[in-house]
Structure formats: C-alpha cells, structure tokens
Design a protein around this ligand. Sequence first.
Ligand SMILES: *Cc1c(COP(=O)(O)O)cnc(C)c1O
Length: 419
Amino acid sequence: MNYSVELGMYPLGSCTMKYNPKVSELIASSDGMRHAHPLQPEETVQGLLSVLHELGEMLSEITGMHRFSLSTAAGAQGEFAGVLMIRKYLREQHLTNKDEILVPDSAHGTNPASAAMGGFKVVKVPSEESGLVSAKAVKELTSESTAGMMFTVPNTLGLFEGEVVEISKAVHDAGGLMYYDGANMNALLGKTRPGDMGFDIVHLNLHKTFATPHGGGGPGAGPVGATKRLAEYLPVPVVSKQKSGYCLDYDLKQTVGRLKGFVGNSAVLLRAYAYIRLLGADGLANVSSLAVLAANYLWRLLDSEAYPVTHGRSLRRKHETVVSVRSGLPGGAMQTAKALLDYGMHAPTVYFPLIVSEALMVEPTESEPVEFLDEYASALNQISRELKEGRLGNVPRNTSVGRVDEVKASHPTTLKVRW
Ligand SMILES: *Cc1c(COP(=O)(O)O)cnc(C)c1O
C-alpha cells in the first residue's frame, strides 16, 4: 500500500523528490556513524568532523559562498537563520530604519513567513506576465527602508530570473542584502552559482537537491552559506579545522547564535556528502542538465490546451513545469491529482505557486527514465479528456482509502494529538 520514490515517479514540484542512492544509506548506517553520540569527545569523532568540514567546503564551491554552517534542519530554518543574519548585520551598522524585506509573489510561503518571524515587514514584488521579476519593479520598491530581498532562482514557476544580476545590484544600491532560496538548486548545479549572481546568503535543501530521503516531516538539512563579509554571522556551531584537529566551533564573533542541537542532522549531512562525492563536479552538472531536459520533455508531451502554461510561454522551463488545469470547472487540479492515484501514480504539487490558478507543478527530476515520463504524460492527457467530458466521477476509486477530509486533519476542534 505504500508508495515511494523507488517505485515510480514522485513529481512533487518544488520538493525535488529523486532517487536516493543506496550507498548513502550504507554510509549513514555504518557502525561508526550509527553509534556516534553528540556528547562524545571530539578527538573520537575526527573522521565524521573532517567529512562535515569537507561538505561545507564543497557546498561553498557549488554556491560561490565563503563558508557554510550545517546545523539548520530545513530550508525554512535556513531562511530564518539568514533573516536573523540580515537583521544582526544591519543593527551592527546602526541601520535599524531598514525594516523591509522584498519577496516576489511567486515565492514559497516560507519566505514571507521567515521574514516576518525575523521582525521584518514583507514587501510583495509582483511578477511580470512572463512570470519573472523585473529589475524595474524591484527598483521601484527599494528605499531607505530596504533590508534585503529573498529570491528563488529559478523561481517556483521553474523559470530562470534573467534580471537577477541587475536586481541584486538594485538591492545592494539601496543598502540591502540578497538572500538566495536554494530549494531549486537542482536546476543550476555546476552551471552557475548564486554567489556569482550577487547573493550574500544562501540556503540549500540537502533533502531535495542532494538526494537524501524526505517526506513525512523529516529529518532534513538546510545548511546556510554566506559570503566572506557575512560569514561571522552564521549560526553556530560551524566545523572548524584547527591545529589540534577538527572541532565544533561556537566562537564566531557576530553569530546569530545556536538554532539546533550540535551539528544538526548529521546522518542527512553524511548522505549528501556521499552523493556529491559519488557524482563529482561533472556528475552534478549532468544532474541539472537531465533534470531540465526531463521537465521540458514532459511539458511538451502534455496537451497544451488542457494544460497550458500561464507564464513565460516562450521560455524554457528549468527543472519543473507549472501548468493550469483548464477543465472549465473549479477544482480541476484537485480532480486531476486524485485521478492520477488510480493509475498508481503519485500526484504532482497542486495549487502552488499561488499566482497560477488550478496549478499543477510537475518536477520529474533527472532520475526518472523516459518511459515514466511518457506514461505520466499519457495518463494526464487521458484524465483531461475524461474530466472535460464529465466522465471522471468520484476519484480515486482504486485506492484503499478514498477521498480524505483534508481540512479535518488540521482543524483545532477535531485534531487529537494525544490519547
Ligand atoms: C521546500 C522549499 C522551501 C522550504 O524548505 P523546507 O526544507 O521544506 O523547510 C523553501 N522554498 C522553496 C522554493 C521550496 O521548494
């Protein structure tokens, strides 16, 4: 009854659910790792610390940052750390008037949430019809009050933000900092780097781009990286290399402090390390080539009248494609997603990003064979015909559980979290 990424496509857009090589599991569950305790004397875990140190260096190279802190447990926590870094940096410059963070309307919900939790006002940047953010719009919204901007490249429509360099410059000119939401790094690995686009702080989702299992709420790893100017603000501990060996270093001068116990979810970090070493630089570049190819291939197989893209029609998709379900009925995206379950296929992300009505966000990733892409597109096209002709009915029919009450699970009067 269970479904996993081992059994078929799991094309949840933005989430980057891809095949997780088993060698990473072997390494993460090796005796030395499994029995390691976070309170063990450091001289007894030098091997693990050296690997984590090297992981930080590799992530720095991949993103064009100076240093990484590995402890944060998710993208959202990395974002929050980044926002705290921006706040502390500005306070130390006595720039407390800077209290606004720009966030595009296509952003993941965690971006405005992190900015607000960090005490900033969120200024929404409207996307153009092309689905992209224009430098002009950013310039109009920057002012004395601009603390920074959180930006996802490629954005959640799967489109590369062509004016990113100019946008970074506009925010820097206003005295703000640029934060890179790295959840979509799967499209850029080995091709270009946020550091080269002008970003000051980045997070990566190791549980997305770097093939460590996720779903069911964790554990994850959302390391944060920063340029040289901001590296001292990173959350502690960082792994440092000293004369006496590797250590968990709590002594960064301007650190925003500790956000998670010890070095974070070290087994996840170790899996990501294994994945990067397994592929090497060329292998990582190939990941993004294939991920982009898969997303565009699948997009081209879809009936373009039933599943049009609403933004940037002439632009190449990066690692994911967002289509709008045109069934003439509200709820078409949900019907389509439920109908896919009857084919034994996992549904894509639905109703996100918010700027596309009846959105299906499909991210096949590089690890799906072409046969799966063909089958998936053919199922979607079949479903759209049945939906349009009113023949779909009450889907799903072939699953052991039918339609679940999606509100009930999070409704305060019905949710029972203990018994
Ligand atoms: C997944 C995601 C996040 C949040 O990351 P978590 O690890 O789930 O906290 C932020 N932004 C984008 C674009 C994402 O896809």
